[in-house]
Ligand binder design. Structure first.
Ligand code: GAP
Length: 431
């Protein structure tokens, strides 16, 4: 895969309303991106797919939606205030700071070769709670979404029907003041995570760790077209945090090489023990059958939604040369993720019978799926637009429709066109 795929994806995202740099009219702000009209639909579909797989289709996982700001002690207990640091070295010529692994002998910005010794920078974003000067409380934007799951653990156990083994799932924002946000939305300062914390009896950890590794890999294999671009990477024992017994990343082959997509972490009883200690509240669990009392151990699966979204764009992007020599750019994205399931075109925009019939079909389909109406430009331009945003099917209403009640359905991937009866259209699209 060539590196310029990243610049092609960045340009396509802007051109077609998938992702925009935040605050662009002010010159932008490093590490922040907005999802545009097409991107937000895709991202919502992606999150729904995760939620269905991890929560709706299971009996042993419930969801929460926690806040971004929490009690500041949470971050003392979690170790983020002392340990959540990125190591950076400063170029003595241009004074920009870089992670040591990004330097490769010279400054990526100015080419300088003289660097300060690497120092640690804390990545938590600080803020204040309260409005009266002198009476505000310092607080932090959450550096990882999972902490709110530990905070809600007791409330979930006390308020719902869950029994260990069970999981709490959440999709939510996390904030890291990354010193070098880079590679589009690969590393940003504001991003979303999809997390599962699965609580088990300590003696069952090995079994559940393996189970979740396989489940999560299977999720990504179904999501991407090219499953050969996925692999596990096991963290070497000497690099694990002191409480972790094992950790695997699910990696994706990005244009710049293998890169993390999601972490599967053996967290043991560390998190609940820490929060018990710092809050003074007992977070142990009593088995309703055996009456055994213990702190549940945790298998965590924690992935980046925005990062997955970016990898999906890499996975789907194709350039094809057509018979007439024209270049076609197409996003062969998983149809479940596509912003629109179909687009409806009246062949001509100035013929009342055709536009009226097209509107009728559009309104009928809209009841069941997300469809786009497009009557701008010629059909060729409309196909080009829909291909670039990954719309699986384009439906054209023409003169023949008025005669025999059929429409043309054009497939995004094969570009094949077939005539389908209007009554059979819905079924053919959802097949
Ligand atoms: N609770 C565990 C945790 O947060 P992590 O490996 O630091 O683990 C999990 O983060 C996932 O979040 C990563 O695999 C990655 O997909 C995503 N992620 C982490 N930092 C990110 C950033 N700066 N920008 C975008 N995604 C990020």
């Amino acid at each position: 895969m060539e590196l310029d795929l990243l610049s092609k994806i960045t340009a396509l995202s802007k051109r077609r309303g998938i992702l925009f740099p935040n605050s662009e009219i002010y010159g932008g702000i490093g590490g922040f991106y907005d999802y545009g009209p097409v991107g937000v639909e895709m991202k919502n579909n992606l999150k729904r797919m995760w939620w269905k797989y991890m929560v709706d289709d299971r009996d042993d996982v419930v969801g929460i939606d926690g806040t971004i700001i929490t009690h500041p002690k949470v971050w003392e207990a979690s170790g983020h205030i002392t340990g959540f640091a990125d190591e950076m070295a400063e170029c003595k010529k241009c004074h920009q700071r870089f992670r040591p692994e990004d330097i490769e002998g010279k400054c990526p910005k100015c080419g300088g070769t003289d660097f300060s010794e690497a120092k640690k920078y804390n990545m938590l974003f600080k803020t204040e709670v309260g409005v009266i000067e002198g009476e505000t409380t310092p607080a932090y934007l959450r550096g990882e979404a999972c902490q709110t799951i530990y905070l809600d653990f007791k409330n979930v156990v006390d308020s719902s029907r869950v029994k260990v083994p069970f999981g709490i799932a959440q999709i939510g924002k996390a904030f890291r003041n990354e010193v070098t946000p880079n590679k589009f939305t690969f590393r940003t300062r504001e991003f979303e995570q999809w997390d599962l914390q699965f609580f088990v009896h300590p003696s069952d950890m090995g079994k559940w760790f393996e189970y979740w590794k396989e489940q999560r890999m299977s999720f990504y294999k179904n999501l991407y077209r090219k499953s050969e671009n996925l692999r596990f990477y096991q963290h070497p024992k000497e690099k694990l945090v002191f409480y972790a017994k094992d950790a695997f990343d699910i990696e994706y082959l990005a244009p710049w090489g293998w890169a993390e997509n999601e972490g599967i972490h053996w967290r043991g009883d560390y998190d609940l023990t820490q929060h018990s200690k710092f809050s003074g509240k007992d977070l142990s669990y009593t088995d309703p059958i055996t009456n055994e009392r213990y702190i549940p151990h945790i298998v965590e699966t924690s992935g980046g939604v925005d990062r997955t979204f970016l990898y999906l764009l890499f996975d789907a992007y194709e350039e094809e040369t057509l018979a007439n020599g024209e270049l076609r750019t197409v996003l062969k994205i998983n149809p479940e993720i596509a912003a629109y399931k179909a687009a409806v075109f009246p062949l001509v925009g100035n013929k009342e019978e055709i536009t009226g019939k097209a509107r009728e079909i559009y309104t009928m389909l809209k009841k069941d799926m997300k469809v786009m109406w497009d009557d701008r430009g010629n059909i060729g331009k409309r196909y080009r637009y829909q291909d670039e945003i990954g719309t699986p099917k384009c439906i054209t209403i023409d003169y023949q429709t008025l005669e025999d009640g059929t429409v043309t359905v054009r497939d995004r991937d094969t570009m094949e066109q077939v005539r389908v009866k209007v009554e059979e259209l819905k079924e053919s699209l959802t097949k």
